[in-house]
Design a protein around this ligand. Structure first.
Ligand code: GLC
Length: 562
């Protein structure tokens, strides 16, 4: 397929966390029929693709990232018939659907694992990674060691995540065939691609080396022996050759601990692996010595450096960027990168949308981002549900000596549950998400921030996002233009160009709550100019000096001087 014209390069993806989107049957969990009921809402927003977090049968230890049957729908979410209808109705509206492929690990309740642990002779034993003695110091992502003992085999199995998420042994060709079979099953149903969970971790260094102990953790980091391991490119090329290349789909791989240079071989079009990856470089900018759970705010110059590096590298290698501020594992975009306090919430949310959506790549909108939904502001640990949050609370209060108050403050800033509170539909009880008891608490600000309110206000974030999406659909320069950062050292304003053959886009965003008189570099000349979008009353034509309101953002189309 010719990558130049690939549909996913012009698409905007909307991420749905099914459990928290809309509950159609009153059991407190969102479900597939709930998504179906809200398709018109997504159609109105104008998105092209929906990415569904895992919908397969799962004990829900990690909210669906622990799968016990890849070909069955999680009963809380619905049935296969519900899924088929959802896919059909989405397609009828011109919306594609991609699914989450979680194949670094399964659930410990998956029949492969229940067989595997019966004994070394069991045909499924080699589907997982076993060692007679613990080979290294690796810790698992959700606390404790990454190795768990099983009496029946008198061996330890590897789990990079919870102990209920044993890692698959990709060295075993049978495992790779099983994965291909799962891919085919869903692709034959007509889905439009996959987001591949921690796919860069599937190939382990056979030496299983110790990892450095970082971020004051109790164990060593597994990344040294897992991230972009020795055979990962071979595995992905095989998957592509055997299955993916036969369908007109998109693929995006989650790529923790992958630099832009390391990402190039995954996404370069001539490599036939993935279309794009999710990197974490901008997510790491506010880490401190304890890692993610830190009070730091991102420094704008650092953010510009990271985004620019990815824009440049993906462009040079003929790869492709995925663009995101938030997802189900991160804090809410406006709380973390913008300003969630009034009167700046709406402005800063639009500014963030502008800066991201005008870049080269495929933008991802996380559910509720188009409303400017904020962090949860939970007050007690009892409100948290996430396995990671509960582990951090234990680890910080018991081992690291943090007070409960300080730990709750950190969780309030960064916990994954911030993104997982129910979608806020209206100002009725439970934000209109469910008629039952929601599985996780609804954000207290749902009376003010909700879909109903946004749809009634022509000046809302929703309509602003709608326009950003429309612009991408209408203007090839947003897909193709060459990115160029301006004013690299400026700590308050993010300004960049997207250069086409005849025209240029100028994108400017004020990341502060101050009005700024901003002087655009002399080299940015324009014969004619036109304002495309702005979140304040910006001048209709481009002037070298812009008066940027707090969190003001604007985009001009410039016709070049010859
Ligand atoms: C990915 C998912 C995250 C999950 C983990 C283990 O990072 O996005 O939600 O907990 O993988 O599957």
């Amino acid at each position: 397929m010719n990558n130049q014209t690939a549909w996913w390069k012009k698409s905007v993806v909307y991420q749905i966390y099914p459990k928290s989107f809309y509950d159609s049957d009153g059991d407190g969990f969102g479900d597939l029929n709930g998504i179906r009921e809200k398709l018109s809402y997504l159609e109105k927003l104008g998105v092209d693709v929906i990415w569904l977090n895992p919908i397969y049968e799962s004990p829900q230890v990690d909210n669906g990232y622990d799968i016990s049957n890849y070909k069955k729908i999680e009963p809380q979410l619905g049935t296969m018939e519900d899924f088929d209808m959802l896919l059909k109705e989405a397609h009828e509206k011109g919306i594609r659907i991609i699914l989450d492929l979680v194949v670094n690990h399964t659930s410990d309740k998956h029949p492969w694992f229940t067989e595997a642990k019966k004994g070394k002779e069991n045909p499924y034993h080699d589907y997982y990674i076993w060692k007679d003695t613990i080979p290294n110091n690796w810790g698992s992502s959700f606390g404790g060691p990454a190795w768990e003992y099983v009496e029946e085999t008198a061996q330890y199995y590897l789990h990079l995540f919870a102990k209920e998420q044993p890692d698959l042994n990709w060295e075993n060709p049978k495992v790779r065939k099983e994965v291909q079979e799962i891919l085919r099953f869903w692709l034959e149903k007509g889905i439009d691609g996959f987001r591949m969970d921690v796919i860069t971790l599937i190939s382990k260094d056979p030496a299983y080396p110790d990892g450095p102990v970082i971020q004051n953790k109790a164990y060593g980091s597994y990344y040294a022996g897992c991230a972009s391991g020795p055979r990962v490119h071979e595995y992905l090329q095989e998957m592509n050759r055997e299955v993916l290349s036969k369908y007109d789909i998109m693929t995006v791989g989650e790529a923790p601990h992958t630099s832009a240079d390391e990402a190039a071989p995954y996404t370069a079009s001539d490599r036939h692996e993935l279309n794009m990856v999710f990197h974490f470089d901008h997510m790491h900018l506010d880490y401190d010595e304890n890692g993610k759970y830190a009070k730091n705010r991102v420094k704008l110059t650092d953010l510009k450096e990271v985004m620019t590096k990815w824009q440049d590298t993906m462009h040079e290698c003929d790869g492709w960027n995925s663009l995101y501020w938030s997802n189900h594992d991160q804090a809410r975009a406006v709380s973390r990168f913008g300003n969630e306090s009034e009167p700046y919430r709406v402005k800063s949310a639009k500014m963030l949308g502008t800066i991201l959506h005008m870049m080269q790549g495929t933008p991802y909108i996380y559910e509720g981002e188009e409303l400017g939904m904020t962090n949860a502001h939970f007050e007690s640990i009892d409100e948290y549900k996430d396995v990671e949050a509960l582990d951090i609370f234990r680890d910080f209060t018991e081992r690291k000596g943090f007070s409960e108050k300080d730990t709750l403050e950190l969780l309030g800033l960064k916990s994954r549950d911030n993104a997982r509170t129910p979608m806020q539909w209206d100002n009725t009880v439970n934000a209109g998400f469910t008629e039952g008891t929601p599985w996780i608490g609804v954000n207290k600000n749902c009376k003010e921030i909700n879909v109903e309110q946004c749809l009634a206000d022509q000046d809302s974030i929703f309509y602003y996002y709608q326009k950003l999406i429309q612009l991408r659909h209408e203007m090839p320069i947003i897909t193709d233009g060459v990115y160029e950062l301006l004013d690299k050292e400026n700590e308050s304003v993010y300004a960049y160009l997207r250069k086409g053959e005849k025209e240029t886009l100028l994108v400017v965003g004020n990341f502060t709550d101050k009005t700024i008189n901003y002087h655009i570099e002399e080299k940015v000349q324009a014969k004619k100019s036109r304002l495309l979008i702005s979140n304040y009353n910006a001048a209709e034509t481009f002037e070298r000096d812009l008066s940027l309101e707090p969190y003001g953002a604007c985009v001009y189309l410039l016709e070049a001087e010859k």
